[in-house]
Structures are given as C-alpha cells and as structure tokens.
Design a protein around this ligand. Structure first.
Ligand code: GLA
Length: 709
C-alpha cells in the first residue's frame, strides 16, 4: 500500500485536476486552470492544512469522491448502503490506483464488509471535460441494499460563491437562474422518470463576477435520463462541494453476492474565459466523443416535421401536398410525426400498436415514402415506444406490461401508461415492431423517439421499483435498433426537451429542444440549452405564424432567424405561407445551409444578458469566419440601442462584415444598416469598440456574417 501515489494529477492544455490520495480514500484537491509542473499536489495540500478549530474534529473528514459513513463524514453521504449487519458504515481503504495517461481508476476496499468501490475518472484529451463514474461491488456472500451511490462528490474551489441552475417547464425548458451559494445545501431531486423539463441535471459553479466572456467557471452535468439528485453544499467549516447521482427508490437496488451497481456518468468542465468558454469545452467534448456525425461528415439536414402542421389529421394526399410544398423550400428530411399507426386518431388511443393504420394508409406508407424520397428528401417517422394507451390492442392483450403498483390508482397523464422495459418480453416486442416497420420501409432513415409522460408508478411485475432498470433497457433497445439498421438516426424527444442529457445522447443524434416554437421564448430556451449542448443537436423549427403554444404572432424573418442557429427545420402547415413568407423561408434555409458548417463546428460566444436583446455568435476554430445574431426582443429604453460588441474574433485579423439577414427590414432608419455593411474592420475594432445597432422593432433579428480578408 505504501507504493500508492499520494497525489494523482491529470493535465492537458485546458485544465489540471489533482486528487489527494493521502487519506483512506481519494478526494478532489484541485480543478481549474492548468498548473505548471513546479506546482504539485504536496504543495497544495500543505497550503490547505488547517488548524484544529474549536468544537470541531481535530482533522475534518475529507469530502472524498464518494463520502462514506465509514469516514465519519458530516457532508452528505455519497454512498448509502445497508444489509443485515454493519454494511451501513462502510469505509474504504484505497488499495490500488491505476493510471494510464488521462484515465485513473481508484480502487477502494472494505475488507470487513466485503465491498469494493471503484471510481473511474477520465480527462478528455481535447477539452477540460472529465468524466466520473463510481461502481460498488458486493464481494461478500450476503445481499446488500444500495440506496445511493454518487457518481462523484467534487469539492469546489474556495473562490466559488455562486451557482447557475437550470429549470423550467414543458415548452419553457432550460431557464437559468443564478443563486448565491449559502450555508447549507441547494438540492434538487427529480422523480419524473425522465430527465425532466423542470430539473435539468446540471449546474455551473463560479466566483462572483464571472460573466459570459470573462472569469472562471466550473460546469457539472450528470448524464442521467431519469431520476437524479444534485446538491451544492457549503459546509460549516467553509468548504463547499457538488454531488450528483441517480435517485433510487427504496429497495430498488439490491446487490446479490458478486453484483455491482454503477452510477451514471458525471461530466465536469472548466472554463477560464466566462460561461461561453465553458460551453465551448463541453461542445468540443461532445463533438469529438459523443456525436457520430460532424459538420463535414454529414451536414444536419433541414427538417420538415408534420406535428404542428396537421397534428393527427393524417391523409396521404394532404401529406404528399405538404411534401410538394416544402421540398422546393430546401427541406431535406420529412418527418412524419404522431398519428400514422393503428387507431391513433387522437392522443386517446393507439400507443403500442405500431403497425400502419390501414384506414388512413390503405396501401401502407410506401406511396408517401416514395413520394417524399422522390422529391429528394429523407424520410423520418415518429415512435413513442415506451408507452401504451389503455385503448390499444397491446394493452388489451398485456395489461401487466405497464408499470404499476398494486392498489394505487394510476396518475392520469395524456391517456397513457409506461411500459416495463425491465420485462424482456416487452423489449422483444418493441424491438420487433420497430424493426418490422424499418424493414418493411427501408427508406426510413430517421426516428423521432418520443416519451410523453412522467413515470409515477414505476413498479414491475414483482412489485419492485423498476426505474433504475428502465433506462439501461431503453438505451439497449435504441442501440439494438440502430445496430439492426445501420445509419438510422434517432432524435430524443420528451414532450420537447424533457429528456436532454448526455446519457441518452450517447445513443441518439438530436434533441427536440422544446415544444415551444415561439421564437421569442425559444431565444431563452436555446440559450439555456447551449450552456452544455452544441447547436447541431438542438432541434429548432420555424413554427406557425401564430404560435400554437403562446398565441404570439411573430414575423417569419424572426422565426427563421432563431431556428437557423440550431438544427433547423420547419413545423407548420406550409399552406398558410404567403408568397412573401415563402420567399423569406426559402432564403432563410439557403442562408442556414451556407453557414451550418460554422454553427455546427465553431465556438459559441454568448453575450451577457441585458434583458433587452439576445446576442451571440459562432466563430470558426481558425477565426477566419464568424456569424453573429442580434435579436431585439423588447424596445430599446434609450432612444438608440448600444453598439454591439463582437467576441471571439482575432484582434489582429480584419473582417468584412455583411448583414445577411433579414434581406429587407421594416424600420425607421434603414440608412444606418448600410453604413458599415460590406466594409472591412479589424477584429480589435469590432470587439473593443463595436458596431452601432439600428433602432429596430422588437421581434427583429439581425444576422451578420464576418469573413477574414
Ligand atoms: C410530443 C412531442 C411533439 C409531438 C407530440 C406528438 O409532445 O414533443 O413534438 O411529437 O408529442 O404527440
């Protein structure tokens, strides 16, 4: 044991992470800006040595990666376990530390209680993002019950005083709020059985003063697609830490002899130049480690989604007419949403019966698919595999396949129940019906995989909680479908953005960000989404003229400008388009195609929120081109707005600036738009001095393209 290192250090160009391994179990000593090799763990440990304080332990127990009762902690436990004897008081002695490059595995044993605890940390090569995952193995002969195992508890730097959190509701996801860290715990627990609209498993910790473009910050996101628990605590002695893990139901995980439980993965990242720099790190990580396509290998095709256009009103001729309308606009993928399968004339029936409804599609989907692909578009289709309507053949045949608990009435939710994916028969059925559709129609190349209710009674056939087993079974099912139909792409949807996380993104390709297509609301939703996720996975559609969710009437130019900065699509009845709107939409799609390589691979720079405008831009890695958006939301409180300060450019380079959107502007003083347009300015001038913005009507977006000359 004496041969174990006292400190473990992971370094790359973006960060240094040091673990203190002097005690029984490892803890995070430092994460942040890269340190020189002259600074080492021993030095930091010495600097942080504390005196014995009055009425306090001689030495405070550490906040280790997995704090245990065995350590005598007074922080929140990272492990809650119990059995017939004294398992609850497990305490681990590190017995091995295996480091290979940027990957380190800490192995701790409790010989007395026969448990093995492994925490694996991997620092990415090309970003500051590190992953943490803990696994507990029962090495004894008696079963033990596991109530909680965190992915990791990570101590925060001393200067961190604030957290940015993410919350919302259906059709208003990813709203951010900044809070002061306080003496005690900020805790969020999600029991919805999906990542949820209201409690996104992530937060950003930062010192007072950090803004979008300056200052340090530390981001944390748990890649968990269902129940989770997150905590940010300031302890009595002034230390603070964050802790993330899966939230388990009582008795949910029992480990028989030899069995293991692994936590979801916690992703941590560091940004040294504001929240935008942190987002860039997460985006880089996701682009190189998670996504299967990049901007070069396959540009994100423009979608047409039928949902807000026709809802359940399916009819082959109408759908063909819609395809005829949208193809000339530049649409590249046509997604047939809810309503195509047996008995699905409304949300009251049909879920579970995944065969084509012959009363609507007498010749099957073939004629529609051929029509769509004949117009040069890919064809995608909607499924909600995890659900069943009681009014369905599936439910009538297998009512016991739905998750339920005895003697407790279901909580009504969109007329549907959740299937028990821990039952292999259910998974086999779903695999078969989904792949049957895909095999019958090999031209289907895309699935929108939806999930539209909370899981309130996650009890399986044995009456045990099944939530923990549900998610790996889901991931496996998606993966099997993908393996059986190579190349098929899958969108993760959950009543909009209710299942947006890095757990599910490992198996999918795109998120439906929100059911709100209201461009103004979308600006904030997409902004919140962008803290962790890159724009190419952010489904963003141009909705109807009168938004179906908010009733707002927003001009086509604004709706299009907002959708252009995600993975763009259209979701409306295109028959409502006027000639002017048709032209604008076509031009917007052409414009999106001209810069999607940039927004889908470049660095995102968000400007600070002034509560008036939403401003951001994407700059290519080599800083040779950029695209910036200035979205005027409310009227300027001064007679004229302020100058727009660009960001992320190369000060030394010169850029030609072109206003590329909108083509025509209804405003008072069009003259000013022409002043700088097409002229060349230094990056320095654009960033330090800025460009005067015109007086705009609210609900107007300007897009500028910058090209280095
Ligand atoms: C959810 C999705 C929508 C749509 C409907 C269909 O609400 O978020 O985009 O697919 O289901 O029922």
């Amino acid at each position: 044991m004496s041969s174990l290192p006292q400190f473990v250090r992971l370094d790359n160009a973006y960060t240094t992470i040091i673990f203190d391994c002097q005690g029984r179990s490892p803890s995070l000593l430092y994460m942040g800006e890269p340190l020189s090799t002259a600074t080492d763990g021993a030095m930091l440990s010495l600097l942080s040595t504390r005196q014995e304080a009055k009425c306090a332990p001689v030495v405070e127990p550490p906040v280790s990666l997995v704090p245990t009762h065995g350590e005598g902690i007074t922080s929140a436990p990272g492990l809650e376990v119990f059995g017939q004897q004294d398992e609850w008081s497990a305490g681990f002695q590190t017995t091995a530390i295996e480091q290979q490059g940027l990957k380190v595995t800490f192995i701790g044993e409790d010989e007395h209680r026969n448990m093995l605890l492994v925490t694996q940390v991997v620092l990415d090569e090309n970003s500051s993002v590190a992953t943490y995952k803990s696994t507990l193995t029962n090495t004894g002969s008696q079963a033990v019950n596991l109530a909680y195992l965190n992915a990791a508890s990570l101590t925060l730097p001393m200067n961190v005083t604030k957290i940015k959190t993410f919350e919302g509701r259906w059709s208003n996801e990813f709203q951010t709020a900044d809070h002061d860290l306080f003496f005690g715990s900020y805790v969020r627990e999600n029991r919805r059985g999906k990542t949820s609209h209201d409690t996104f498993p992530g937060l950003i910790a930062f010192p007072q003063g950090t803004s979008e473009l300056a200052g340090e910050c530390f981001g944390f996101h748990l890649g968990a697609s269902a129940n989770h628990k997150l905590r940010a605590e300031v302890m009595a002695d002034g230390r603070s830490y964050v802790q993330f893990g899966e939230l388990l139901f009582p008795g949910e995980v029992q480990l028989a002899a030899g069995e293991s439980y692994s936590s979801p993965v916690l992703y941590s990242g560091f940004g040294c130049e504001g929240f935008s720099s942190l987002s860039q790190q997460f985006h880089n990580y996701i682009r190189s480690n998670v996504l299967k396509h990049n901007a070069d290998s396959k540009p994100r095709p423009v979608h047409y989604n039928t949902w807000e256009g026709i809802y359940f009103d399916h009819d082959v001729d109408t759908l063909k007419a819609l395809a005829d309308k949208v193809a000339p606009l530049g649409v590249e993928r046509f997604v047939l949403d809810d309503g195509w399968f047996k008995g699905r004339r409304s949300d009251k029936a049909g879920l579970g019966d995944w065969t084509v409804d012959e009363s609507i599609y007498p010749e099957g989907l073939g004629p529609l698919i051929d029509h769509v692909t004949g117009l040069g578009m890919e064809f995608g289709i909607w499924f909600e595999p995890e659900m069943v309507n009681p009014d369905s053949d599936l439910y009538r045949a297998h009512p016991q396949w739905a998750l339920q608990t005895k003697n407790n009435p279901h909580v009504p939710f969109r007329n549907q129940l959740v299937l028990d994916l821990t039952n292999p028969d259910v998974v086999e059925y779903l695999y078969k019906v989904i792949t049957d559709v895909l095999s019958t129609y090999p031209k289907i190349s895309y699935i929108k995989w939806d999930m539209n209710r909370d899981v309130n009674h996650p009890g399986n056939l044995k009456g045990k909680p099944a939530m923990h087993g549900q998610i790996p079974a889901l991931y496996q099912l998606i993966q099997r479908v993908k393996d059986a139909h190579p190349g098929i792409e899958i969108e993760s949807c959950c009543s909009g953005g209710g299942r947006v996380d890095l757990g599910i993104l490992q198996h999918t390709d795109r998120f439906w960000t929100s059911d709100s297509n209201d461009a103004l609301d979308r600006l904030r939703i997409q902004r919140g989404f962008s803290y962790f996720f890159p724009s190419e996975v952010m489904g963003a559609h141009v909705g109807p003229r009168d938004c179906h969710i908010t009733g707002r009437n927003i001009p086509i130019e604004m709706r299009a400008a907002v959708a252009m900065f995600g993975h763009m699509g259209i979701e409306m009845d295109p028959r409502e388009l006027t000639e002017q709107e048709t032209g604008a939409l076509k031009d917007a799609i052409t414009l999106y195609k001209s810069f999607r390589h940039l927004t889908h691979s470049g660095d995102l720079f968000r400007m600070d929120d002034d509560k008036l405008n939403v401003k951001f831009g994407y700059v290519s890695k080599d800083k040779s081109e950029a695209v910036f958006a200035y979205n005027s939301v409310v009227e300027t409180p001064k007679t004229t707005p302020l100058r727009f300060l660009f960001a992320g450019l190369d000060s030394a380079k010169s850029y030609r600036i072109t206003r590329v959107w909108p083509e025509k502007l209804k405003e008072y003083s069009p003259s000013i738009l022409q002043t700088a347009d097409g002229k060349v300015f230094t990056g320095e001038a654009l960033m330090k001095f800025g460009l005067q913005m015109p007086v705009l009507f609210p609900q107007t977006a300007l897009i500028y393209k910058l090209d280095a000359v």
